[in-house]
Write a protein that binds this ligand. Structure first.
Ligand code: FAD
Length: 412
């Protein structure tokens, strides 16, 4: 304790999510205070992976880096220094066994996020970290003369030599991630890249598929268009919900999608609409007396989806191939293989699983997580302008950056 009204710690960590907890348990031989504004730690962690906590992914290190948009390069030192296998070993050593699913997603074998959280808290306690919940950091200041940071929380002042900001992003605000870290980083001279909801469903103008809620497609091909220019191509699994389109291919690529974009869906297994058109027109010409619907059914699409498409194309169930007009044929081919949907909006922070944007990575040393602007200021986790795909990439990034910040402080 210093001889004034403030309380001094060597290290203060603001935010008790996976990033803050991993930093706290990894710091050696220093007095560490972890401040969390909620009444308990890791509230968001507890709801991850539907409460089962998909905490990492079993893919190779190189593949790992491809799951963070443009930010793989920034995260490389952190993710290579503390890898997915290191996370699994860490939990194994503390008695939490893991399970690797067929899709490479890694969970605790109990499928209980609480087991992951408890292991992290236990390790913090073993490391004599002072944990203060119900403690909201309101203000952060750097005192150039003393080289210390002052943090105001619950009318008290705390001082420290090393400060780690691990306050998370802005999604699911009720879990405590309300973007406070951006305010603190800004006060300390950092730039904030504009934030947007990420990993979020996409809402479509005049959405036709409310009643197909729950119907999903594997390996569907989607192209996105802006101002009549093709912007991106995505392939993966998608889902219709009663309000929007979702599923991994939508959620993971929502960071590249903007309001007003046109998404073109190829629901067939053909490489593109041209190939499907060629196949389907030939098939139609050879199947004069067959019902058009019978041909569509041969595409192995969900039954309710086929009904819907026939309905949208205005083709009655008993129409035979030879009766199909040129216009209806074109409409049907487009609805199946070049189906256009205009993006009305993206899901907001209440439904987005992550935040795009945040503290600019240009001002953070990727090898240490230290600020390039103020010495001894560190960042960890989603407060930074990094966001990963679904599949365990975000929690692993929180662990790896938290560990790297702690290791860098350990070397000082
Ligand atoms: C529904 C949902 C499911 C998800 N599922 C997965 C998944 O299965 N796998 C995966 O990898 N990722 C998943 N994620 C993403 C993942 O949860 C986050 O990326 C991760 O929690 C980020 O960790 P963090 O420690 O940086 O921030 P957070 O977990 O957001 O923690 C930040 C903490 O800081 C505290 N805090 C904020 N401001 C203050 C302040 N002023 N004073 C004190 N404390 C403060 C907050 O209360 C919070 O506890 C999911 C997210 C959601 C919303």
């Amino acid at each position: 304790m210093k001889e004034n009204s403030s309380v001094y710690y060597d290290v203060i960590i603001i935010g008790g999510g996976p990033a803050g907890l991993f930093s706290a348990l990894s710091i050696k031989n220093k007095d560490v205070l972890l401040i969390e504004k909620n009444k308990s730690l890791g509230i968001k962690l507890l709801i991850t992976g539907l409460g089962q906590c998909n905490y990492t992914n079993f893919c190779s290190n190189d593949q790992f880096l491809t799951h963070y948009g443009q930010k793989g390069r920034f995260l490389k030192p952190a993710l290579y220094k503390f890898t997915n296998k290191d996370s699994m070993n860490f939990f194994d050593k503390v008695g939490v066994k893991s399970i690797v699913r067929e899709d490479n997603k890694v969970f605790p074998s109990s499928f209980k996020a609480g087991d992951i959280l408890n292991a992290l808290i236990e390790k913090c306690k073993e490391n004599h970290v002072k944990i203060m919940c119900n403690t909201k950091a309101d203000y952060v200041k750097y005192n150039e003369d003393s080289g210390c940071f002052s943090i105001k929380a619950n009318v008290n002042i705390y001082e420290c030599k090393y400060l780690i900001l691990s306050t998370g992003g802005k999604s699911y605000e009720h879990t405590g991630s309300t973007g406070d870290g951006y305010k603190f980083a800004k006060i300390l001279g950092h730039s904030i890249e504009e934030t947007h909801p990420s990993l979020t469903p996409v809402f479509i103008e005049n959405y036709d598929f409310h009643d197909l809620s729950g119907i999903s497609f594997e390996n569907i091909k989607i192209t996105s268009w802006r101002n009549n220019k093709k912007i991106n191509e995505f392939t993966g699994d998608m889902l219709f919900t009663h309000k929007n389109i979702s599923g991994p291919v939508i959620i993971n690529n929502s960071r590249y999608i903007e309001v007003g974009d046109i998404l073109k869906f190829n629901f067939t297994q053909f490489k593109n609409s041209e190939e499907f058109k060629k196949y389907f027109e030939e098939k139609l010409s050879l199947s004069g007396k067959l019902n058009v619907k019978t041909l569509v059914k041969e595409l192995n699409l969900p039954k309710r989806f086929v009904d819907k498409i026939m309905n949208l194309a205005n083709i009655s169930d008993d129409l035979i191939c030879s009766q199909l007009s040129k216009t209806s044929r074109k409409a049907l081919i487009d609805l199946l293989s070049n189906h256009e949907m205009k993006v009305e909006k993206l899901g907001n922070y209440n439904v987005a699983m992550a935040t795009r944007g945040g503290v600019s990575t240009n001002e953070i040393n990727a090898k240490t997580m230290e600020s390039k602007i103020i010495n001894n200021l560190y960042f960890a986790g989603e407060v930074m302008d990094v966001d990963g795909d679904t599949g365990g990439y975000n929690i692993q990034a929180a662990f790896s950056t938290g560990k790297l910040a702690a290791d860098s402080i350990n070397l000082k």
